[in-house]
Design a protein around this ligand. Structure first.
Ligand SMILES: Cc1ncc(COP(=O)(O)O)c(C=O)c1O
Length: 396
């Protein structure tokens, strides 16, 4: 007998970013040197004081269940940090700590969306949103943005996408995969459309500490009075503290939502890893110098990548104001042969770049934007130099 999988999971696609990383790893295992720009995680070690806090937590016996929504000192630290940096007050009970921001997003979607609801996703957008929304029975409504507007959702495009079934807007700021960062005024205009149409907003702010140059980050619920009641903020330690493997993320939500997310999580997974919670607490309350050092290194690489892209005729990318991705427009390089292989789509282009030049990127169509390739600069300068030499050679 074969077990038939459910209709809901049949509709779920595997993560394209993880798939490209897996392909790159296969080539490495076969003995090739691969320049991996497909990854979505800092290439730095978790700061030592965070690792030490985890060891201390284990030695102190913090190796058992914790409250399902996380330990109180961590939730207090999260809301205090938000208050200090953005001036908005949340109670610790409005914070639910989960197994990574991805899990927090899953909880947020599950706690708020009903089958038949529509959720607006400005594209290009991160691979997991649409799949996680589909799991609730709601429909992701992909709304294309353009390179000309820096891949930002405009109030007009937002308004035009709203139907009687629309309940929610997902806003990723700064954006994976485009690196765009909304100004305060742009967020205010989007907030006004959300309020006019009685929608709620899930603001994924996981890259908020990684903003460069003249760009400044503004947390979405702060832009209008009373907005906090219709916003769920998502954040975590993965990107800020180079802690992707520790699996700690959280949401900040209105009381009624946080309460139901707490019930949901208590049934789903119990608590996030106790040791990781103590490590995250050390990250948030401890020395922030390592965060600034990582950011400075990302800023250097960003300048380098910006220059390399500008130097390749026909290649372009929007300004990388935040996160650690270059979203390269490769439309001029499609519809031709590479090493005898016809390449018509961004997926083919990325696969051939990996196969022929051993550079791993992620195709734009995985993010609902055909004709682009995402290159992560969470990679060493040496990797970036070799990778961009190879890309220049590939498209020549
Ligand atoms: C936009 C965005 N949100 C959420 C996440 C998930 O983060 P975590 O590793 O904490 O689950 C990622 C990770 O790639 C991301 O890029």
């Amino acid at each position: 007998m074969s077990i038939e999988v459910s209709k809901i999971v049949q509709a779920v696609e595997p993560s394209a970013t993880l798939a490209m990383s897996a392909k790159a790893k296969e080539l490495v295992a076969a003995g090739h040197k691969v320049y991996n720009l497909s990854v979505g995680e800092p290439d730095f070690k978790t700061p030592q004081h965070i690792i030490d806090a985890a060891v201390e937590a284990m030695n102190a016996g913090h190796t058992h269940y914790t409250p399902a929504t996380g330990i109180l000192p961590l939730k207090e630290a999260i809301v205090a940090d938000f208050q200090t940096r953005f001036g908005l007050t949340y109670k610790p009970t409005q914070c639910v700590v989960s197994n990574g921001a991805k899990h927090a997003l899953h909880n947020a979607f599950f706690a708020t969306l009903n089958p038949g609801d529509e959720a607006i996703l400005p594209a290009p957008c991160w691979v997991s949103y649409a799949e996680l929304i589909k799991l609730t029975g709601a429909t992701p409504k992909i709304v294309a943005t353009t390179q000309e507007t820096g891949f930002k959702l405009t109030p007009d495009a937002f308004r035009a996408a709203i139907t009687p079934k629309t309940r929610m807007l997902l806003l990723c700021n700064p954006s994976n995969p485009t690196g765009s960062c909304y100004t305060k005024e742009e967020l205010e205009a989007l907030a006004d459309v959300a309020v006019e149409n009685d929608l709620f907003v899930i603001a994924d702010e996981i890259y908020e500490r990684l903003v460069y140059g003249d760009a400044t980050f503004t947390s979405f619920p702060t832009v209008r009075d009373g907005l906090q009641d219709r916003v769920i903020v998502i954040n975590g330690v993965s990107k800020t503290y180079a802690m992707t493997g520790w699996r700690i993320g959280w949401l900040l939500a209105p009381d009624n939502v946080a309460k139901k997310v707490a019930s949901l999580q208590s049934q789903e997974t119990s608590n996030p890893c106790s040791i990781s919670q103590y490590a995250a607490l050390a990250g948030i309350t401890g020395d922030q110098a390592p965060v600034e050092a990582m950011k400075a290194e990302f800023a250097k690489r960003r300048e380098y990548v910006t220059q390399r892209i500008a130097d390749i005729p026909g290649l372009s990318a929007p300004a990388m104001d935040g996160a650690f991705y270059a979203f390269m427009n490769i439309q001029n390089f499609l519809g031709r042969k590479y090493g005898g292989v016809q390449v018509d789509t961004d997926k083919d282009w990325c696969l051939e770049l990996l196969q022929q030049k051993k550079v791993a990127t992620v195709f734009g169509s995985a993010f609902f934007a055909e004709g682009y390739a995402r290159a992560s600069f969470a990679a060493s300068m040496e990797t970036l130099e070799n990778a961009f030499d190879a890309i220049a050679d590939f498209v020549k």
